[in-house]
Ligand binder design. Structure first.
Ligand code: NAP
Length: 471
C-alpha cells in the first residue's frame, strides 16, 4: 500500500466510521489499488439502520430537502472532473463516458429537487357518488419509511443518485450498499449531500459483505422499501425474501434493435457507438440487431468498419472508446460465450493486452448464450431476418424486457414495433441505449418491476393516506 492511496470511511449517522478492516478498490484496467474503503458488515448495517430510523423522527420540510438536492447538483457540477475521474478509475469506464455520467448525476439531483417541491396528494371528487355528498376527501403523500438501496458497479454514480436523491425528495432516510468493486463514487455523492447540509442519518453508506448487509436490510422491519439495481438472480431472491416490503427491481436485458430496409443513414453509426460504450456493460447496451434482408449487405458493410475504428485502451486516455470489463472472471466468461457461438465472428473475438476487442457475430443460433442471455460485454450479434414480423417475434424471444429499438422511415412500422415489442421502453430511430434521467425507465418480464426516474421513484417511495372530512 502506497501513501498516495486514498482512504475512505463508511458514512453512518453523519459520522465517518472506521472498522479496522479495509476493502481495496482496484482499477479494472491496471489492477492497481485506486482507493481503500472501510469494510462493514452486519454490525455496521444495523448501526446505519438505527441512524436512518432515528432520522425519520425529525422530518425535513420539502423546501429544505429541495434546497439540499439543488446544492448537491451544483456541487457535482463544480467537481464533475473529480467525480468523472473517480468513476473512471474504479469502474474502468473511459473518461469521456464517465464525464457524461457525472453530468447525468447532477441532472438526477436537479430532477429530484423538482419532485421534492411538487410532491402532493390529490383531491377526491366525493359528491360524484351519493354516499360522498357533504364530505371532502384528499390524499396526503407521506414518506414510506427507511429505504434500503443496493446498487451495481456499472453506473457507480448515477445509479446511486437515482436511489438516494429521490429518497431525500420523498422524505425518506436511506441505507445504501454500493457495489464492492465501485464504492468510491457512492461515498463521493453521499459526502456531497452532507456538505450540502443534510442532517445526520439521512444518508448512510455501508460497504462490505453483500450477504451480511443485504440480510440486515431484508430482516429489518423499519425498512419499508428496497430499491435494487443489478442482476436478476440477486434481485428476485431479495424480492422473495422481503415479501412484506416493497421491493423495486431494475435488472438486466438482452437489448434488441430492429433495422428496417428504410432505416436512416446514421443507423449503423448509432448502433456501433452504443453497443460498445463502456465495453457493453450497460443494461441497455445494444446486444442483438435484427436486420431486414434488403438492408443486410449495406448494413454489415457500414457497421463492421465503424466497430473496427473504435479505440480500445486505457480508460484514462481522452480518446479511448472501449476499455476493460470489470474483472478477469467476467472477461473469461464473455470470451467463452464468443467461443461457444455457432455464428460467424466478423471482427474481434480475441483478447489483446487484457482487453476484449469489440466483437461482431453474424447469425448466431437462437440457443447460443450470446442470443438468449445478457452478455454484458463488448459483443454484438447481427441476425438477418425476412420481415418486420420475424424481427419483432425474435426480438421478443427473450425473458428480458427493458428497452428495444426500431429504425425505420415508416411511421406505421415504427408504431407497430412500439406496440408489439414487449419491453418497458421502445426508441424509434435512436439507439435503445438512450436514457435521459427524467424518463420513466424500467423493464417488464425478467427485467424488473418498476420505473426509475425521480418523478416515478418518489411516488414509489411515498404512500398515500386518505383523509375524509365530514363538512
Ligand atoms: P450484481 O452482482 O447483482 O450486484 C448488484 C448489487 O447487489 C451489488 O451491490 C452487490 O454487492 C449486491 N449483492 C450481491 N449479492 C447480494 C445479496 N445476497 N444481498 C444483497 N445484495 C447483494 O450486479 P452487478 O454485476 O453489479 O451489475 C450488473 C447487472 O446490473 C446487470 O445484469 C445489469 O443489466 C444490471 N443493471 C440494470 C440496470 C437497470 O436500470 N435496469 C442498470 C444497471 C445495471 P457486491 O458488489 O458486494 O457483490
Amino acid at each position: 500500500m502506497t501513501a498516495t492511496v486514498s482512504e475512505h470511511r463508511l458514512l453512518i449517522g453523519g459520522r465517518q466510521v472506521e472498522t479496522g478492516e479495509w476493502v481495496d478498490v482496484r482499477s479494472p484496467y491496471s489492477g492497481e489499488i485506486v482507493g481503500r474503503v472501510a469494510k462493514g458488515g452486519a454490525a455496521e448495517a444495523r448501526q446505519a439502520l438505527d441512524a436512518a430510523a432515528a432520522a425519520l423522527e425529525s422530518p425535513i420540510p420539502a423546501f429544505e430537502r429541495a434546497a439540499i438536492l439543488d446544492r448537491v447538483a451544483h456541487l457535482i457540477e463544480e467537481r464533475s472532473e473529480d467525480l468523472a475521474g473517480t468513476i473512471s478509475a474504479e469502474a474502468g469506464k473511459p473518461l469521456k463516458t464517465a464525464r457524461v455520467e457525472a453530468q447525468r448525476a447532477a441532472s438526477t439531483y436537479t430532477f429530484a429537487a423538482v419532485e421534492a417541491r411538487k410532491l402532493s396528494g390529490e383531491t377526491v371528487p366525493m359528491d360524484a357518488s351519493a354516499a360522498g355528498v357533504g364530505k371532502l376527501a384528499f390524499t396526503l403523500r407521506l414518506p414510506i419509511g427507511v429505504i434500503g438501496a443496493i446498487s451495481p458497479f456499472n453506473f457507480p454514480a448515477n445509479l446511486v443518485a437515482h436511489k438516494i436523491a429521490p429518497a431525500l425528495a420523498a422524505g425518506c432516510p436511506v441505507v445504501l450498499k454500493p457495489a464492492s468493486s465501485t464504492p468510491l463514487s457512492a461515498l463521493f455523492l453521499a459526502n456531497l449531500e452532507v456538505e450540502a447540509g443534510l442532517p445526520p442519518g439521512w444518508v448512510n453508506v455501508v460497504v462490505g459483505s453483500a450477504g451480511a448487509i443485504g440480510d440486515e436490510i431484508v430482516a429489518d422491519e423499519r425498512v419499508k422499501l428496497i430499491t435494487f439495481t443489478g442482476s436478476g438472480g440477486v434481485g428476485w431472491n431479495l424480492a422473495e425474501r422481503a415479501h412484506t416490503k416493497r421491493v423495486k427491481l431494475e435488472l438486466g436485458n438482452a437489448t434488441p434493435a430492429i433495422v428496417c430496409a428504410d432505416a436512416p443513414e446514421d443507423t449503423a453509426a448509432k448502433l456501433a457507438a452504443n453497443a460498445f460504450s463502456f465495453a457493453g456493460q450497460s443494461c441497455i447496451s445494444v446486444q442483438r440487431i435484427f436486420v431486414l434482408a434488403d438492408r443486410w449487405d449495406s448494413f454489415v458493410a457500414d457497421f463492421v468498419p465503424r466497430v473496427e475504428a473504435l479505440k480500445v485502451g486505457d480508460p484514462a486516455d481522452e480518446d479511448t472508446d472501449v476499455g476493460p470489463v470489470i474483472n478477469e472472471g467476467e472477461r473469461d466468461r464473455i470470451v467463452s460465450w464468443i467461443h461457444e457461438t455457432k455464428g460467424d465472428v466478423l471482427t474481434g473475438g480475441e483478447v489483446t493486452d487484457g482487453l476484449i476487442r469489440p466483437t461482431v457475430i453474424a447469425n448466431p443460433s437462437p440457443e447460443d448464450k450470446v442470443s438468449c442471455d445478457e452478455i454484458f460485454g463488448p459483443v454484438v450479434s447481427l441476425y438477418r431476418v425476412a420481415s418486420l414480423d420475424e424481427a419483432i417475434e425474435r426480438a421478443n424471444e427473450t425473458r428480458y424486457g427493458l428497452q428495444a429499438a426500431v429504425f425505420t422511415a415508416d411511421l406505421k412500422s415504427a408504431l407497430r414495433a412500439a406496440r408489439e415489442l414487449e419491453f418497458g421502453g421502445v426508441t424509434v430511430n435512436e439507439a435503445p441505449t438512450f436514457r435521459a434521467d427524467q424518463m420513466p425507465y424500467g423493464g417488464v418480464k425478467a427485467s424488473g418491476n418498476t420505473k426509475e426516474g425521480p418523478a416515478w421513484t418518489v411516488r414509489e417511495m411515498t404512500e398515500e393516506r386518505l383523509v375524509i372530512l365530514q363538512l
